[in-house]
Design a protein around this ligand. Structure first.
Ligand code: GRF
Length: 193
């Protein structure tokens, strides 16, 4: 277990594309004494990401990168991550697929949160698929990132019941609320051993 005083927190970068509610929950978590991480950078492929506002609020460095030129963008990020001694990447609603080359060249761990009970429903529109298939449960998963989409080793999952009257939106809302708790839990699980 990491000690509550005198230990160096793991320098972390969070990658986002949109609202950044998972980013916010990770920032709040990182401020707790028991948290093994400190969030040093926010990276977005989308200059309009609402989540970028948290960089301003919490005074965290922001980087916006143009993924239309993915090879160039990834090279740039890798340099920045190295310069800032980042050892952990948390993907949180990041809508681009990182290249194999990036994953191999980043000297640290990469985590992702996904809104389904993997290996079910990799990729997009997970809530729609779960409802269409009349599943009784869906949920969320935190996993290590490897070069195959949503396929790395699972760290932790949370089941969420699908009610008869659930819509894509209501299910998304319920699952997102669980995601906010699950990501910190996954980080504690990995780094507190
Ligand atoms: C979350 O449901 C996440 O699992 C998915 O995209 C959503 C991002 O939400 N990949 P936010 O940007 O963290 O609010």
């Amino acid at each position: 277990m990491a000690q509550s005083t005198g230990f160096k927190k793991i320098k972390t970068a969070v990658f986002i594309s949109g609202t950044g509610s998972n980013l916010q929950s990770l920032i709040k978590f990182s401020k707790l004494k028991k948290s093994p991480i400190s969030i040093e950078m926010i990276i977005s492929n989308n200059p309009k990401s609402k989540g970028l506002v948290f960089g301003k609020i919490y005074k965290i460095k922001k980087n916006i990168l143009n993924f239309k030129k993915q090879i160039v963008a990834e090279k740039e990020i890798l340099l920045k991550l190295k310069k800032n001694k980042i050892n952990l990447i948390c993907l949180a609603g990041f809508m681009k697929i990182l290249s194999k080359n990036f994953i191999l060249n980043f000297k640290g761990q990469i985590l992702n949160i996904h809104p389904s009970l993997l290996p079910k429903y990799k990729g997009l529109n997970t809530h729609e698929k779960a409802i269409k298939n009349k599943d009784r449960y869906s949920g969320c998963t935190v996993h290590f990132v490897n070069s195959k989409l949503d396929s790395g080793k699972i760290i932790i999952q949370k089941k969420v019941k699908i009610r008869k009257n659930d819509t894509i939106n209501s299910l998304a809302k319920k699952i997102l609320a669980q995601e906010h708790k699950l990501y910190p839990k996954a980080i504690l699980k990995i780094f507190s051993l």
